[in-house]
Write a new protein. Structure first.
Lengths: 288, 201, 400, 225
């Protein structure tokens, strides 16, 4: 049982090195496995593709901060590109000061990349896409948007008045917003569901980190949300849907990471099995 | 092999390595980076507050649009400053009471409706295997968290089924959390390998 | 008590004043087109007076092949405004965002297959939308709020008067006593981590309620109790709780003040420091009770490697899977509140817990009844109208 | 005594009950009251952020005054907070402010503001890296502490293994309709238990809110007399 003792005395830093290698190697030698689209991701894609009219409005809630950015940023970018393809106006709203930094970063990257790959139909800040100013008050802001959106924010995050922005044309309450997708890793989703969907019947989809994805399946079943993007896998599936339909040559952040994700998952399963084997051997020895 | 020449990418990479040094041992570099992060995030928050909130929601209405109804909440908000003086800090309870009171008042009816939607979702129109599992799962989980009856006999068995349902739910959440934590690591490795060192595309 | 009576009185007053929605002021119909039986417009109930409901019933569906067109006229200017073309399947149109001072008239024209208007028109009288004082469709919601409020208030009052309400003993509390007993036999310290959140978190308050009796038991056996904290306010409250328990156990001198100390406010620094304490002091029992975030993983793993018995308890659903697999016993979610109510018997905690339990019991009851009737109705082929009626009624109670 | 203790509870009680009643009255008068209260909440909460800043600054200033060990790090917090706030307020949040563009002509309206540099190249890397540490801790915990020590833990680890493998492209490679199984587990048993827990938690939140409005619950006002 030398092997068991060796395993137990193994310093945890070796395991840290192992996980780092398992993630780095697939980046240097990408494999690219096939990926099947799960229904909750498909239903968000279908809703944006079919049910949002030309020049409709897609509201994206960026209520996350850099700590969960790795999973939610690719989702928000993929949806923004999808809106650009369908000539849908995109509005970003956030309930945290941190979120506005994230929204600003998405707008910069998507505009820059979009205008570089199709110069013939350029997208403009203030005409097709903008970030609404951060207003504190949390549930009060979500409710106030149900009554009068321009009066809630007065200005967008860049300081220009909402009234003279062409992206805000004809937008007064949630009835003028065709669809909303809320990206968040925390319980902010609950407030949007309770107030925006509950009190003002706003059609909603959810994009969340994998940690809370399992928790939000009951909002799908009860019909409060009509779709769910769960973690990096959800983002990768959405990117795959986009590349199938349009030549989405955006840098697929999520899909690139999928190989490393698979490798790391296999490592985790092995570690748990190995750990349990040594656990049962030790218990067996103590039992004797 | 194009190592980036942008000074800001180098700052970001060095700070990332400073935090990863915590894996080896807790050291001054990690502490410096962590407390620097606390300072910057609050400084950033204050700036966003200043531009997006104090200017747009308080200063402009008052000075430009002469909408003087703003005075009352303004006074209530200024009471918040009383926290800086020990003897008057109790005055800050007024604005807190207003926000918490009005906030809870707004939340109660809508939260009840949210709860009812969940209960209604457990009452499907037709009965198939999936719906049966949902109803049984919800009932047994609720019975497990029922504290007014001793968990013996029949109630004990029902709560036993309930805890099994809960374990399956936690197992699903657990599997998903593994995926989440690894994605965070993948995001950082992507930054170090491509943006900084330029090894991969 | 006066507040609940005020609430009940207020609802009765509102209920009586305006019962089943405002009586719709129908307007008669001038029927020229034979196949439309009735064509009425009425005020939309439970609204702020900006909507009208236009309703029509067809004598027989078969005769109508193509669409019909709806017009609206405002009394002040007689320009007729085209609203929409309607297929024969719908028989109602709700016109929103109207103005309260205006009065409106609706008229109906049939279209032929090509889409041109056929002669003949029906129209209603002018009607002014009315703002209502009470949302009649939300009465059940109001009753539920009033019931829940009064149940909480009544239960909190009865517990204050000293009546003992039954709460089952959480099995986690027995394992807690055994674990503390084990530490006292081995003469090694007990580590109690009250979570990484502030006093505003319910789980932290629950954890401090459990700390009381645990500290009392430890005081009796003269074992060392270590309580590291991440929040200065929680630390001061923990000091008071432990000091009080030691004096209750008759050992005020055995209380060492610097065993309850403030570590650091950084999330991962706190977890790393606790792992250091675990390896240095080698406690026999680790109690991790309260609100935890991602750092729970580090603490639970460190405790595992030192071989101590670990009991965890939190309401953070995302951290529970790690505690269940890493610790010997885990108090899950609301069991933490039940444990703190059971131990502290504090009226506020006990009253609310029992009120939640009764409400939960009601929900369980209704879902069970629904399940039974659903099973019966599927056995009988699912179209028994009597059973469907019952299913509808149960579902109606929770209709939002 | 009245100002300190009962007035806040009266304010909370009045606005709490008023907003509940308002929900049930669709009359335009109640709607204007509702809009007014929402505006007030937004403006007053503009100042609540000060509370968070004040408590952190106070925590670190006391640490420096008392020379607690590690007080140098508190100095770093205060300095970095001051500099970032100074850059942000003067230099503009997302677009360079007019003042900055006059001061340094290099800044055009379209270029990123100095504050965004500190956000994108300092806060983002540090904060996302801190949370990526968790992948390492999970790996070592997966090996050393996640044990099937009871029936419950075994059920949990089994489901976790199925979901972990099924949710990754490699899973489909191993067994064709692995993702369908995972989707079924998530949609039915997992959903049922999550809903049961959610109903319990929601009832707790509503009970706490009612206690706050009725003035029974006072902890939110903070400790002290």
């Amino acid at each position: 049982m030398k092997f068991v003792n060796f395993i137990n005395k193994l310093d945890k830093r070796w395991i840290y090195l192992l996980i780092a290698l398992v993630v780095i190697i697939p980046f240097v030698f990408p494999v690219g496995c096939p990926m099947k689209i799960t229904p909750p991701v498909q239903s968000i894609y279908n809703y944006i593709e079919d049910s949002i009219p030309e020049n409709g409005v897609l509201l994206l809630g960026v209520d996350y901060d850099p700590s969960t950015m790795a999973e939610l940023h690719p989702m928000a970018k993929a949806l923004t590109y999808h809106a650009f393809y369908n000539n849908v106006r995109v509005l970003f709203v956030t309930m945290f000061p941190q979120g506005s930094g994230m929204g600003q970063d998405i707008i910069n990257r998507t505009l820059e990349h979009w205008n570089s790959i199709n110069p013939d139909m350029p997208k403009e800040l203030g005409k097709d896409i903008t970030l609404l100013a951060y207003v504190p008050g949390f549930s009060a802001v979500i409710l106030k948007m149900g009554e009068n959106i321009p009066a809630t924010f007065n200005e967008d995050a860049y300081g220009n008045k909402l009234d003279n922005l062409s992206v805000m044309e004809g937008i007064k309450t949630y009835d003028d917003i065709d669809y909303m997708v809320e990206f968040s890793g925390s319980s902010v989703v609950l407030s949007w569901l309770i107030y925006a969907n509950g009190r003002y019947n706003l059609k909603m989809g959810i994009g969340t980190t994998a940690v809370s994805a399992a928790e939000y399946y009951n909002y799908l079943q009860s019909g409060q949300a009509n779709g769910l993007l769960g973690g990096l896998k959800g983002a990768a599936e959405y990117e795959k849907l986009l590349t199938d339909k349009h030549d989405f040559s955006g840098r697929n952040d999520a899909s690139v990471g999928m190989d490393a994700q698979s490798a790391a998952h296999i490592l985790f399963i092995l570690l748990i099995i190995l750990g349990n084997i040594t656990f049962f051997i030790k218990k067996h020895q103590e039992g004797k | 092999m194009a190592i980036s020449t942008n000074i800001w990418i180098w700052i970001a990479a060095l700070l990332t390595l400073a935090i990863y040094s915590f894996l080896y041992k807790d050291n001054p570099f990690y502490k410096f980076a962590e407390y620097l992060l606390v300072g910057i995030s609050i400084g950033y928050g204050v700036s966003i507050y200043w531009h997006n909130t104090i200017i747009t929601k308080v200063y402009n209405p008052l000075v430009h649009e002469k909408d003087f109804l703003v005075i009352i909440p303004l006074i209530l908000g200024l009471l918040m400053f009383s926290r800086f003086f020990k003897s008057y800090s109790h005055l800050s309870r007024m604005p807190i009471a207003f926000i918490v009171g009005a906030g809870t008042g707004l939340s109660i009816p809508s939260s009840f409706e949210f709860l009812f939607k969940q209960v209604q979702g457990t009452m499907p129109a037709s009965l198939d295997v999936g719906n049966l599992i949902i109803i049984v799962g919800v009932i047994t989980t609720l019975v497990y968290f029922f504290f007014s009856m001793e968990h013996k006999g029949f109630v004990g068995k029902v709560s036993r089924i309930g805890i099994t349902f809960i374990m399956i739910a936690f197992g699903a959440a657990f599997g998903y959390t593994i995926m989440a934590r690894i994605s965070l690591l993948i995001g950082r490795i992507q930054f170090l390998l491509s943006d900084w060192l330029g090894i991969i595309k | 008590m006066k507040i609940t009576f005020f609430l009940i009185f207020m609802s009765v007053f509102l209920f009586a004043q305006d019962n089943q929605g405002s009586v719709p002021t129908d307007s008669t119909v001038i029927s020229e087109l034979s196949f439309i039986e009735s064509f009425i417009v009425s005020d939309m109930g439970s609204d702020d007076g900006t909507a009208l409901r236009v309703k029509w019933i067809f004598a027989d569906h078969t005769k109508i092949k193509n669409h019909i067109r709806l017009y609206r006229e405002i009394e002040s200017d007689t320009a007729r405004e085209l609203l929409c073309d309607i297929t024969t399947s719908t028989n109602e149109y709700i016109d929103k965002n109207l103005c309260r001072e205006e009065s409106y008239r609706y008229s109906l024209v049939t279209l032929d297959s090509v889409g041109a208007e056929m002669p003949g028109i029906i129209s209603t009288d002018y009607i002014k939308p009315k703002a209502n004082y009470f949302k009649t469709n939300k009465i059940i919601l109001l009753l539920m709020i009033l019931i829940y409020t009064s149940v909480i208030v009544i239960l909190v009052e009865t517990v204050k008067k000293g009546k003992v309400l039954f709460v089952r003993k959480i099995s986690g509390l027995d394992t807690l006593d055994e674990a503390v007993g084990r530490a006292t036999e081995m003469g090694r310290p007990v580590l109690y981590v009250p979570g990484s959140s502030t006093m505003s978190d319910i789980a932290t308050i629950a954890s401090l309620n459990i700390l009381g009796p645990v500290a009392k038991k430890i005081a009796e056996y003269d074992t060392r109790l270590i309580v590291p904290n991440r929040d200065p306010i929680v630390m001061t409250v923990a000091k008071e709780v432990v000091k009080e328990s030691y004096s209750e156990a008759g050992r005020p001198d055995a209380y060492t003040d610097n065993d309850v100390f403030f570590l650091t406010d950084s999330q991962f620094g706190y977890a790393a420091a606790i792992s250091g304490i675990m390896t240095r002091e080698k406690p026999a029992t680790n109690l991790l009770l309260g609100m935890f975030w991602a750092e729970s993983l580090i603490i639970a793993e460190a405790g595992n490697t030192t071989g101590a018995i670990q009991i965890a308890g939190t309401d953070a659903v995302t951290q529970l899977p790690f505690f269940i697999t890493s610790c010997d016993y885990t108090i899950i979610g609301e069991e933490l509140y039940a444990a703190s109510a059971y131990l502290s018997r504090e009226p506020l905690l006990m009253g609310t817990l029992k009120a939640q339990d009764y409400f939960k019991g009601m929900i369980i009851f209704f879902i069970c009844i629904y399940l039974i009737f659903l099973i019966i109705s599927t056995i009988f082929g699912g179209d028994v109208s009597f059973l469907n009626k019952i299913l509808e009624i149960i579902k109606f109670i929770f209709k939002s | 005594m009245f100002i300190r203790r009962t007035l806040p509870l009266l304010i909370a009680g009045f606005f709490g009950i008023a907003m509940i009643i308002q929900f049930f009255i669709p009359h335009p008068a109640s709607r204007t009251f509702y809009n007014m209260v929402l505006d007030w909440i937004i403006i007053v909460s503009a100042f609540t952020y000060l509370m968070a800043v004040q408590s952190t600054v106070e925590l670190h200033t006391t640490k420096i005054k008392r020379r607690v060990d590690g007080w140098q790090y508190s100095l770093i917090v205060l300095i970095s907070l001051g500099i970032t706030a100074f850059i942000g307020i003067l230099g503009g949040a997302f677009t360079p402010s007019t003042f900055l563009m006059k001061l340094i002509p290099a800044f055009k309206p379209s270029s990123t503001s100095p504050l965004m540099y500190t956000y994108l190249y300092m806060q983002v890397p540090m904060q996302s890296t801190i949370f990526s540490l968790l992948a390492f801790y999970m790996a070592s915990a997966a090996f050393r502490s996640f044990k099937a020590r009871s029936f419950d833990a075994t059920m949990l680890l089994l489901t976790a293994a199925i979901v972990t493998i099924g949710r990754v492209p490699l899973g489909e490679f191993i067994y064709k309709d692995f993702p369908e199984i995972v989707e079924w587990i998530l949609k039915y048993p997992n959903m049922a238990a999550q809903r049961g827990i959610l109903i319990g938690v929601e009832l707790g939140i509503i009970a706490t809110s009612l206690k706050i409005i009725l003035g029974i619950e006072r902890k939110y006002l903070g400790g002290g007399k």
